[in-house]
Design a protein around this ligand. Structure first.
Ligand SMILES: [Zn+2]
Length: 233
């Protein structure tokens, strides 16, 4: 029976090939979204094992973080870049869930998650979320939450100002642009909790900084940060 099933499966994949979102090669039957080759060559930072890593250092003197880490390096032409591109701009939400689960398992086994109470994705402005249909950081958070059994809240932190795309601005303009654009909706809910803030890519860190400073206004809150990728600028 399973032989017949596999034969049928092979036949279907001849008609509708399933391709890896990292490299474009055919996926094997047991692979989902991302091929084994991509898993192997994605350059992991292992920053969750080093508390004085480059992402943590990016925020030194800017905002108080407990821990900070990123899954991989965001380099030109890299497979993680293709994966994140397919997630954000082609709307393949499952990539966020899958990478979130993979990273979540590493974070969990290293003890990084041991004192985290709540996961919050970096919010998109409502208008941008409407256009894109979803928030990519939310899909990553969901994946991390699934494997760590931690709650994810998508309503506790919101973006109240829509800003133009950040890619065309200088670092200084970006820095000034993100002041005061996030708000905590229910301070009581997050009071005294250790929050894991989740983003897709960390570049200058200005968006994260703005979120963290807003969260830290609530008494007893501690914040740690993770992202799928770290772009060295
Ligand atoms: Zn691949």
């Amino acid at each position: 029976m399973s032989y017949l099933y596999n034969l049928w499966d092979d036949f279907i994949s001849l008609l509708f090939p399933r391709l890896c979102y990292g490299c474009g090669n055919d996926l094997l039957r047991n692979e989902n979204l991302i091929c084994t080759g991509c898993y192997v060559v994605i350059p992991r930072t292992n920053y969750h094992l080093d508390e004085n890593n480059q992402v943590a250092q990016l925020f030194w003197g800017r905002c108080r973080l407990e821990k900070a880490a990123a899954f991989s390096f965001y380099t030109r032409g890299s497979r993680i870049r293709n994966l994140i591109h397919n997630l954000k701009y082609k709307g393949v939400k499952e990539i966020g869930n899958e990478l979130g689960r993979i990273y979540g398992l590493s974070l969990k086994s290293s003890g990084f998650m041991s004192d985290i109470d709540l996961i919050l994705p970096v919010p998109l402005h409502a208008s941008k979320k409407r256009v894109r249909g979803f928030n990519q950081s939310e899909t990553i958070s969901t994946g991390i939450g699934e494997v760590t059994d931690l709650p994810v809240s998508i309503v506790s932190l919101v973006r109240i100002t829509a800003s133009a795309t950040q890619t065309t601005r200088s670092r200084y303009e970006r820095w000034t642009n993100v002041e005061g654009i996030f708000a905590v909706t229910d301070p009581e809910f997050i009071r005294g909790r250790h929050i894991l803030l989740v983003d897709d890519v960390i570049t200058t860190g200005s968006t994260i900084e703005s979120c963290v400073n807003e969260l830290l206004k609530v008494e007893g809150v501690k914040v740690s940060v993770v992202a799928l990728a770290f772009a060295v600028v």
